[in-house]
Design a protein around this ligand. Sequence first.
Ligand SMILES: [Mg+2]
Ligand SMILES: [Zn+2]
Length: 240
Amino acid sequence: MASHRQLVVFDFDWSMADQDTDRWVFEINAPRIRRWMEDNERRGTMQFTDMIAQALRDAHAAGVTREQLEHALRIMPFHPAMVRAITNLKAAGNTTFLCLSNANSVYIDVILQDKGLTEMFDEVVTNPASWDPSGLLVLRRRVDPSGPQHACAVGCSANMCKGEELEAFYARHTPTYERVVYVGDGSNDYCPALRLRSQDMLLCRTFGGLHKRIAREGGLKCEVKYWTGAWEVEEIFNTL
Ligand SMILES: [Mg+2]
Ligand SMILES: [Zn+2]
């Protein structure tokens, strides 16, 4: 039986989806730029969202079109069991879905539309993006670099603190959720995971930075369940 007032929070890349949008679209359309990203990340000099914005400008200048980027998103691995898991839990009632992601609004919109999941999500909190008339995808940080910055001390990147965004979502959606279930894989999911309570549940993917940070730093108050394939998330969702 579904718990009353339950929230499910989904990270997107490698959590809801079985790939990373930011890297995948370049692996399909511009491998040279994908290599530039890899080298750039190793140097660690550029904020990640800014780097993706630059990569999108470079791809546009090299002739990569909006249609090519959208096609890459539609063919990106996304497990049918994850579609079923979300659809069936939504149909059971009482569950609100939030997508909380460091990707961008366009990537997530295209994929949720393609999988028939758009209507399942109350909010998608991510970096804003939009197509300009020339077909360039213009990407900005969620936290504008020229304004006040977030105060995260856990290590979230400058574009967004997922923990602060989760608490801001709670403030927009009172009363308090009786249970929060968070599905994540990355090191940037550790900050919101720290804010989960004893009655909440973290579904942590076994390969990724989140698993490593939990093992190294601990400090979680919630129950943690580990998963590798989307079919396991479906099994867990069927018990919520
Ligand atoms: Mg992720
Ligand atoms: Zn944070």
